[in-house]
Design a protein around this ligand. Sequence first.
Ligand SMILES: [Zn+2]
Length: 337
Amino acid sequence: MSINCYKKSKYLYCVEENDDTYIYNRYSKTACNIGKNEWKILQQLDGTKTVDEIAEELNDGLTCKEIAVLINIFSKIGLIDGYEKKPKNNILRYKLGLFNPNKFINSSSQILSVFVFVILICPIPVFIAGIINVNFNLLYRNMLNCINIKAGVIYFVFTIGFLTLHELGHALVAKKFGAKVVEVGLMLYMFVPFVYVTIGGMSKLKSKMIHVLISFSGIMVNLLFCGLSLLLISHAESGYSNLLYIEILLINGSQILVNMDVFFKVDSYYALSCILDEPKLYDKSIKFMKNKFREGALSLDNWLYGLYGSLAIANLIVVPIIIIASLQYLLKFLKLI
Ligand SMILES: [Zn+2]
């Protein structure tokens, strides 16, 4: 192969759409959209043609220089063989991609519609029915009975399973509404393994509302399991099944609480930043708080950053205090301190 013959990366997953092509690089775990002309050129890069040969073959007015400039851009964004960028893995957040489900899930399939209906429509009525049916005094007493080391181990193992279902909720709703689910894999987050899904093409979604729905669909899955466990607790007789349902309730309840904190970069934060049309709400607010006293007049945007930033800082202080106090209560209860 001559030095002038470029080849497109073997890690690319490309989906041609009406006016552009979505590309996911499973090596660098990055995505981009390119236009029709760019896609035509990228397809030509099979490692056997020089820039001159490509210009001759395409014959659509593009000069060799223009094609060379484009190839240079492609290499910078990791679309060319040998120029792929290393993924930003670190020891606390290690991702191992397993497969790409996008080509197997048909967004108009009926099974997908049923799943999406269950995820978006069922949780609220099921949860309300659970709340109405359960005896809270009994539930509280049963919860106290469940606090022990064995329950802690079950909690940890089940958490991994429900985090996976939560992710699946995002993926299925995203696919239904036209986004792409380009990777399913295993992730070690703080050494805890669970399944992750990568959703692409969110910027091309038709409305803000769909973006918000996708952000909340993981929480909806958790809410559904909370509702189901409340219903089952209210009808359970044996202590064993009660323990199981209480675990499911606590795991999903805590996942909802974590994801509802709009001052951390979790699901509800992404929904809020989408509603406010400010994808960098957190970073800009924190930056604003740092520079607040040095900079000039407060515009409407600055008021928003100031308000959000102050609450985010308060949240950073309050949340660890709540966690430490809860752990202390738990350890006291278990007579470990
Ligand atoms: Zn989520």
